[in-house]
Design a protein around this ligand. Structure first.
Ligand code: ZN
Length: 148
């Protein structure tokens, strides 16, 4: 329904339960037009047109009820993994401590200019550097590791 968001390669899923999640893919759409060119998303077959008024961004209506008609946009983008607030680097100048970790967390109290945490440390192995960085991030920045 919000035709400004329709673009080629978007996938939409049928809202009507008995369509069993039938998926369509936008082949082309000219902004402002009432119809978009589509194919079956899974096979690329059956090229046809669809009224853009059947394409929705949200699976619920603006009154909060689940949609039972038309198609709703499928969000295929995976959740981005939480960024680890550190870098593990190779230190070429040290034989004994050839690895180091560098904290990249942003720190600063409210009303202060944010700065990058200055903490860093040497390590003997890449694994140790990562573990030390994680320990630091947990205690200093309340970082929680994503579930494996
Ligand atoms: Zn830090």
């Amino acid at each position: 329904m919000t035709s400004t968001h329709i673009e080629a390669d978007q996938v939409y899923v049928a809202c009507r339960p008995r369509d069993l999640g039938r998926r369509i893919r936008i082949v082309s759409y000219t902004p402002g037009h009432d119809t978009a060119q589509i194919v079956d998303a899974d096979t690329g077959a059956r090229p046809r047109q669809i009224s853009v008024w059947k394409l929705h961004d949200s699976a619920t209506t603006r009154y909060g009820k689940p949609r039972t008609t038309g198609y709703v946009r499928e969000t295929t983008a995976p959740e981005p993994a939480p960024a680890q607030p550190w870098l593990v680097l190779r230190d070429r100048h040290s034989r004994l401590w050839p690895w180091q970790w560098v904290c990249t967390a942003t720190v600063g109290r409210p009303q202060q200019t944010p700065a990058t945490c200055p903490d860093r440390g040497p390590a003997r192995t890449e694994d140790h550097a990562r573990q030390a960085a994680e320990r630091h991030a947990k205690s200093a920045h309340r970082y929680t590791a994503p579930e494996a």
